[in-house]
Every structure is written in C-alpha cells, then in structure tokens.
Design a protein around this ligand. Structure first.
Ligand SMILES: NC(=O)c1ccc[n+]([C@@H]2O[C@H](COP(=O)([O-])OP(=O)(O)OC[C@H]3O[C@@H](n4cnc5c(N)ncnc54)[C@H](O)[C@@H]3O)[C@@H](O)[C@H]2O)c1
Length: 317
C-alpha cells in the first residue's frame, strides 16, 4: 500500500511510519520540522525512517493548500495517517490562531485533497483532551464532547466534526483516533515522561501540578501505533475510536516509577492545577477492541522501563 503519514518526523508519526515501513508499505512522510521543540529531534526521527528504501520525506506545511493538492495529485495515495498537528495544551493557550490554522484548517486541506483524489482511507489523530471535564468516566466515544477546555482540544474536536461532513457528502472513509497520554522512545520533550526523565537525570526543576493527584491513562507508543495501523487497514465509513490503555495511573505514581527506575528523585516543584487540566482521563477502549482488534500490551511499569532504557541510551548519564 502507498500511504501518506503526516507528522512523520514527530514522536507518534515516526513510530507509525516505521511500523508501516517494516511491513513493506511505501510511505511518504510529510512534516514542516517546526521548532515547537528542538527540530534536531525531528531530523533524527526522519533519519531513522530514511534507512528504509520504501520511505521518502516531503518537507512542507499542511497549511499550504495548493502544495497538499499537488502532492496528492502526484503520489496517488491509497491511505493517509494524519498525525501532523500543533500539540501541547499550554502552548495552545498562547497561540490559539496557530492551533486553529494547523489542527483545523490544515486538516481540512488534507481531507479535501483526499476527497479530490479518491484516497481510500483517512485516519485522523485526535486527543482525549476533547472530553474536557466530562463526568462520564471512563470516557466513551458517544460523549458529545462539546465543552473543550482550550483551543487545542477545540480545534481537534472541530476537525473531528468536519470529518463527518466529508464522510457524509463524499462517502469518504475517515476514522478519528483519540489518543490518551502517549509516552515511549523518541517521546516529545515537552511531555511528562520526558520531563521527569530530564529531571531525574539532570536535576532540572519540573512543575508537579496538584501534587500529582491527577489520573492519566498512559499509553505506550507501540500500542498506539498498532491501533493507528489497524485503523489504516480498515475503512469503516466514519468512526471515532479511543486509543488508550484503559487503566489510568496517578501522575504521582508515574513519576515514582521513573524515579525507581533511575534510582534518584525528580526535582519537582509543586504547583496548583491549571484551568485546562482535568483530574482524570480514562479511556473506554471496548470500541477499539471491537472494531480494530486493538489490544494494548504494555503495562505502565513495563512501558516506563522501556522508556527509561531508551532515554539513558540516548542521553548517557
Ligand atoms: N503525544 C500524545 O500524548 C498525544 C495525545 C493525544 C493526541 N496526540 C496527537 O497525536 C499526533 C502526533 O503527536 P505527537 O505527540 O507525535 O507530536 P509531535 O509534535 O512530536 O508530532 C507532530 C508533528 O507534526 C509536525 N507539524 C506540526 N505542524 C505542521 C504543519 N503545519 N505542517 C506539517 N507538519 C507539521 C511537527 O513538526 C511534528 O513533527 C498529533 O495529532 C497530536 O495532536 C498526541
């Protein structure tokens, strides 16, 4: 199969692309290598993928509508895994325009190009943040999700809804996958797992909101990329599907697991919970099990051990 993976130089996109490459698919990666975090990490991810002869990388921006149409015209993709986005909840509060331009308008360009070029299946990455302060726990896909707490979640939710219009009008297959707190090798340096690793390794101060009394459904990146590949392989009309682990862990315990692995303490600075933080995220993954044969394998303790092994190999202590 010939696929487009957007955000292929990023954390999850590089794992998804590598899984597809390993099984022999032809993958075109697309990324703009922006500096939301150190672009050298994205270049390293792209170099990892470039080792596969069935991979090529396009450096461009999903905000460039014509460039996206030209790319689809030229390459005739059979499927798209759309993972490119401005992620990061706190950054979205500072730059809401950027989040709407990339996460909503950029996604629209891709859906439209896929419509024009009859791309078979389109998988759209979304986020558990769309659930906001819902009281339906575990989070289930039938929740209306109409009270997003910040512009990142709002733009992602808007893109999910727009995808329905594309499906309804043009019969496109679009599966929205909502990820829950993803961590693992090549992880984003602004996310908790990486921050804690940096703190235990280098003594860097990190904020710990609400004394770590927040539950997160940490999901190891291999389980997530398995779910994305399963979605790529199954045209389902229009579906929204949670991809999490289904077993939330207290943030304080997650930090402690990394500290135990490292044999040292993180340098945490207690901070009050911020407005966009929810107390608990917890995925109901029964729909993913049913429709995608999704079956997450990696416990949080095992995932943290694997993450720490990668971190220390990449950053010798
Ligand atoms: N990491 C998580 O826990 C998590 C949770 C929920 C949802 N998600 C979603 O998963 C996807 C991947 O996230 P990630 O954690 O790997 O983040 P990431 O920042 O590592 O990857 C996103 C990639 O998209 C690229 N990108 C951003 N704007 C672009 C643009 N305008 N044009 C082209 N490329 C652009 C970035 O350069 C980056 O390489 C995103 O859609 C994100 O919203 C991630």
């Amino acid at each position: 199969m010939k696929l487009l993976v957007t955000g292929a130089a990023g954390f999850i996109g590089s794992h998804v692309a590598e899984k597809l490459l390993k099984r022999g698919d032809a993958v075109i990666g697309l990324d703009n290598f922006n500096d939301y975090y150190d672009p050298a990490k994205k270049r390293a991810n792209a170099a990892r993928l470039a080792a596969y002869p069935n991979f090529s990388m396009v450096e461009d921006d999903i905000r460039h509508r014509q460039a996206m149409f030209n790319l689809f015209e030229q390459e005739k993709f059979e499927a798209v895994a759309h993972l490119a986005a401005m992620a990061g909840v706190r950054n979205a509060m500072k730059y809401p325009d950027l989040y709407v331009e990339v996460d909503l308008n950029g996604s629209q360009h891709l859906m439209d190009a896929a419509r024009a070029h009859h791309t078979g299946n389109f998988v759209q990455a979304s986020t558990s943040s769309v659930y906001g302060h819902t009281t339906q726990i575990p989070f289930v896909e039938t929740d209306p999700c109409d009270r997003p707490l910040q512009p990142y979640a709002a733009a992602k939710r808007a893109a999910e809804i727009l995808a329905y219009s594309y499906h309804y009008l043009f019969n496109q297959n679009i599966t929205v996958v909502r990820f829950f707190s993803v961590y693992g090798p090549h992880g984003r340096p602004d996310m908790m797992a990486y921050l804690v690793a940096e703190s235990v390794a280098k003594g860097i101060e990190i904020p710990l909101y609400d004394n770590g009394q927040m539950w997160r459904d940490w999901t190891y990146v291999d389980d997530i990329s398995d779910g994305v590949v399963a979605a790529v392989d199954r045209p389902l009309g229009y579906e929204i599907i949670n991809l999490g682990r289904g077993e939330p862990t207290l943030l304080a315990d997650f930090v402690r697991y990394i500290e135990e692995m490292a044999g040292r303490k993180a340098n945490v600075v207690p901070k009050p919970r911020l407005a966009p933080d929810f107390v608990k995220n917890h995925a109901d993954i029964s729909k993913a099990r049913r429709l995608l044969a999704y079956n997450p394998q990696i416990s949080v303790q095992e995932g943290v051990a694997r993450f720490w092994e990668w971190y220390t190999a990449a950053n010798p202590l």
